[in-house]
Design a protein around this ligand. Structure first.
Ligand code: OGA
Ligand code: MN
Length: 207
């Protein structure tokens, strides 16, 4: 628990300083494998749909993933455990940033070999309810030759992060541009957004 708290502190310090953080073991292997099995099950049941750029995604970037949304109040134990992990981030944001992030959007994503998602921002600045993006990876035995890195366009240049099992990449949704590079194997993840409430409080002051 103490170690967890240290990681949370480190994550939020990094978010404040550089806008992104890579958290290895955000999901323990067992949980990540159960979520992978769940995603594969949905895939086999034909529950995935093509990802779209459009209403919520304000970009024309090439997008080739297939996605399946998670329920906002999941009943599956692995998904509940996953939401509990996200709730820790939310609680820490409330404590540290005095910000309420009551809403979660989350979808499984599957990228077929050679598929990609071009450089984009998850939100338009100023319009954004999405505050934090959390992408969790569900790929056992992934190595550099498999490709499929998430490329982050940071102030210090491009940083490539491999989609290895249990790893999470957390970043500020309205600030960090990123891109999914093609892989040689099917690549599974869960992409989530912790959101502010859709209607701004009346007392919110413009900058
Ligand atoms: C997204 C996205 C990154 C990834 O879904 O918006 O950027 O690594 N996903 O799957
Ligand atoms: Mn994105």
């Amino acid at each position: 628990m103490q170690a967890q708290m240290k990681r949370l502190e480190a994550a939020f310090q990094a978010l404040e300083k550089q806008g992104w953080f890579v958290w290895d073991g955000f999901l323990e292997d067992r949980l990540a494998r159960r979520l992978r099995a769940r995603a594969e099950h949905f895939w086999q049941m034909g529950k995935f749909r093509r990802g779209r750029t459009g209403a919520t995604r304000t970009t024309n970037a090439v997008r080739e993933d297939w996605i399946a949304w998670l329920s906002a109040s999941p009943t599956h134990p692995a998904e509940q455990a996953f939401f509990a992990r996200l709730a820790r981030l939310r609680a820490h944001a409330a404590h540290r940033w005095f910000i309420s992030l009551p809403e979660i959007e989350a979808h499984y994503a599957r990228y077929a070999p050679a598929s990609r998602y071009g450089r984009h921002l998850d939100q338009i600045r100023d319009r954004s309810e999405r505050v934090l993006t959390v992408v969790c990876y569900l790929n056992p035995d992934w190595c550099a030759q498999d490709g499929g890195a998430l490329r982050l366009y940071t102030a210090q240049g491009a940083r490539d992060v491999l989609p290895v099992l249990g790893r999470a990449v957390i970043f500020l949704s309205d600030q960090l541009e990123h891109e999914v590079l093609p892989a040689s194997r099917p690549r599974f993840s869960i992409a989530c957004w912790l959101r502010r409430r859709s209607v701004f409080p009346l007392l919110a002051m413009p900058d």
